[in-house]
Each structure stands twice: as C-alpha cells, then as structure tokens.
Design a protein around this ligand. Structure first.
Ligand SMILES: [Zn+2]
Length: 434
C-alpha cells in the first residue's frame, strides 16, 4: 500500500473511530494469561467498543471473526523505559551534534516514526522516561487523538537531576554556550525545594510520571557511571512531591548508593540498576520497588562508536548487568520489562523478553514482566496488561507458543490497541502501515 493511501486509511480509523462499529471475535490456537503465566487452548477474545467483552465462551452472533490460526493471543506488551523522541545513532559524537542542529519540528516528526515502529512490534503501552522540548507531551497527545499511530504513552517531560549530572543536557559543552545555566525548566535541580518545584513544573506541562537521574550514566560524556548525583534530601523532596500529586516515580540508578537513596525516598522503580549490591536488592524486595533492567541496550552499545571514557563505562556496565539481574531474580525482586529504546533501534523492544529469560527468568516470568507487571508499575492494572473483560482491547498475536519459544515475541503478527486493528499479517486489517 502506498503512503498516501495508508495515511488516508489510518485517518478513517484513527480520527473517525467509527470505522469498526462491529463486535470482533479474535480466535487463535492459544491464549496467554498474564495473571497465572499459563497458556490455555484454544484462545478466544471478544472485543466491542474498544474494550474486551469476554474471554472464552461462544462467538457472539454478528461478530466479525478474525482467526489468527497457530498463534497465541497476548495482552499488548508494555515497555516501561523508552525514549520515543530520540533516535538510535551509532555515531555518538555525530548524534550529539545532530541533536543540537535539528529543529524541534523534525525531531517531532521522527518521533512519530519511532512510535509507529514500537506499536507495530506489539508494544501498545510505554512509559517514556525523559525527553526535551516537550516533544513527548506532543507525541502522546497526537497519538491519543488519533493523529498518528503509536503506543499509549505515559510521559516524563524532562528527567530531573543535578548540575553536571546524567540529565543535564549542557554537560560537556563550554560554559556560556547556551546563554544560561540549565535550571528547573531543563530538569536541573540542586536543592530539595528545587526538586519539588521541578516536579510541579513538569506536571504543569504534561508529565504523567516523574523520572530522576539518581546516579551517573553510561552515555553521559563526563560523569562516573555509579556516583550518586542527588542527595537523600533532594530525592526525598522529589518523590514526596510527585506522590502527593499522584504521579509515580522512576530513578535512573546504576550505582548501589544512588539506588539506596532513591529506594529510601520511596521511588517506584530503579532503572538499569547495573551495580546494585545485595543490600539494595533486598531493600527493593522488602519495599516492593520494581527493577527495570534495560538489557537490550547491549545491542546498540555493541554497534556504537564512543569516546574512550564512555566506552570504558559501557564495557564495565555490560560486564555486570546479567549477574545483577540473576541475583535480583533469585531474591524475588519485582521486575518490569523496560528497554531504553533509542539506545538501540526502535521497534526491537521485544528482544528484552529473550534477554530476561537468559538471566534466570522463566519464559512465563519474562512475559508477565512485559504485561501484568508493567501494568502494575505504571498504575494501569484496571486498563491494560491482562486479557480480562472490562480491560482496554490491547491485544497482540505471536506465532506458536511463547512459553516454548520466547523469541516468538519478536515476530508479532497482530496488533490491536483500544479495539483498533493496526496490524494483521494474515490480512483483513484496515491499516497496514508498518
Ligand atoms: Zn533511558
């Protein structure tokens, strides 16, 4: 289908929303229950008005039957750590220059392409944890109003961190280049009160979730990856204010001390967690703090050309990641799937399922991390993450049985979001723009 025609068809579906007044009966050989981790056979899900009406039972009279054959119906996947407004680029220095040269309009258009790729890979919900220029807010709103296809997004606006830290976009550039020192509007805070104010600022301009950089990062050009970059008091202020305003919180933290501060402050998830020690993991287990491991970053890191300091940090981090996740699994820490998409190409998010399975999670546990556990972390258990009556009709199909072969999650062949079919490789879908 040519681009013009697919765009036209999408507009019919997305904006009018009335192209599918009928009831659907989705049939497949199997169905994955993300609550029990079990697969049952056969699979049948009845959808009407954008919601799941029934699971199992009989096909209602008048329903349009969509038979996926030897496939497994699953809840739409959830990625708790994306950056849809940024692009993967293996040329580190070139990418930095491009980010400074590109207009916000071009960045926004590119973001719509990333969103579409992510949806077509079966990810119907993402938590997008850090953007600039409010592009994430614009993209989320454009998706919600049907202007452009993409996953349901919870967005963070700018991630919040200290001066010169992983979230300070001015880091490594000469003083004065940007005309002013980065502050609250650019996500930089240096006192507990500034942290509170930045949370309020982000929420005022559209944040669904608050993201903070508690430690240094791998890809930031000058800091040490494991050092804490916010004080206990700053994190306390940030998390308390976010929770007061009914927003969940996520902390980028590679180092154990940074993570412990965030956990003590009541953070909802630790992102990456590369150098977590057993004490940090036990604290997470006891408090129910989620770990979001982002294992797929290795795919992009292996392809990239970094300056020496960044390469050394990347090498050190990659050596620790798997051992840390194995210990987290053994200790029973809650884990949600998150990838850090943009550090590798968008649309390859499902690689994370297989990496999780290599790190000691059963296939069922990995699948639950990307469905029911993701919904719990995002505070969306009444809407997504399970195939149950009353839930939003976010449903994907994978060939075969994902409990036998986790890699079938990389071959999604059917995608429905909010009851609208975006992908059906067996034909019959109204939108085939992938
Ligand atoms: Zn990230």
């Amino acid at each position: 289908m040519n681009a013009t025609k697919s765009a036209f068809v999408f507009l019919c579906v997305g904006i009018a929303g009335t192209a599918y007044p009928q009831t659907y009966a989705l049939r497949a050989a199997r169905l994955f229950d993300s609550t029990s981790g079990k697969v049952s056979a056969p699979g049948l899900v009845v959808v009407a008005n954008g919601k799941i009406q029934a699971v199992g039972g009989a096909v209602p009279a008048g329903a349009e039957v969509i038979d996926l054959g030897d496939a497994t119906l699953m809840p739409g996947f959830i990625d708790a750590h994306t950056h849809l407004t940024m692009d993967f680029d293996p040329n580190y220095n070139g990418a930095m220059l491009k980010a400074l040269q590109m207009t916000i309009a071009e960045k926004s258009i590119r973001a719509t392409v990333n969103a579409r790729k992510t949806l077509m890979a079966g990810f119907t919900t993402v938590r997008d944890v850090g953007s600039s220029d409010f592009i994430d807010v614009g993209l989320r709103n454009a998706i919600n109003t049907g202007m452009t296809p993409g996953p349901r997004m919870l967005v963070a606006v700018h991630a919040l961190g200290g001066t010169g830290g992983h979230c300070d976009d001015q880091d490594s550039f000469r003083h004065g280049l940007f005309g002013h020192e980065s502050g609250i509007e650019e996500g930089v805070v240096n006192t507990p009160d500034e942290a509170r104010r930045a949370v309020r600022f982000n929420i005022k301009y559209g944040a669904d979730v608050i993201k903070t950089c508690a430690s240094g990062g791998v890809l930031s050009p000058t800091d040490d990856v494991d050092v804490p970059q916010l004080s206990q008091e700053e994190l306390n202020g940030l998390v308390e204010e976010a929770h007061t305003l009914r927003r969940k919180t996520a902390a980028h933290a590679h180092g154990a001390e940074a993570a412990k501060r965030a956990i003590r402050a009541g953070i909802d998830s630790i992102e990456h967690g590369t150098f977590l020690d057993d004490e940090a993991l036990r604290m997470m287990h006891d408090r129910g703090t989620f770990l979001v491991p982002t294992l797929t970053v290795r795919v992009g890191i292996a392809e990239s050309r970094f300056p020496p300091l960044v390469q050394a940090k990347a090498d050190a981090a990659m050596k620790q990641q798997d051992a840390m996740v194995k210990r987290a699994v053994a200790l029973g820490v809650k884990i949600a799937l998150g990838t850090d998409a943009a550090v590798f190409p968008h649309g390859e998010n499902a690689l994370e399922f297989a990496f999780m399975a290599v790190d000691g999670m059963s296939n069922a546990q990995a699948l639950m991390a990307g469905t029911s556990s993701g919904a719990e972390l995002l505070g969306l258990t009444d809407k997504v993450g399970a195939l149950k009556p009353g839930m939003l009709a976010d449903i994907v199909g994978v060939p075969g049985n994902p409990l036998d072969d986790i890699k079938v999650t990389q071959q999604v062949n059917f995608v429905m979001k909010d009851g609208v079919i975006y992908r059906n490789d067996r034909g019959g879908s109204k939108f085939q723009g992938h």
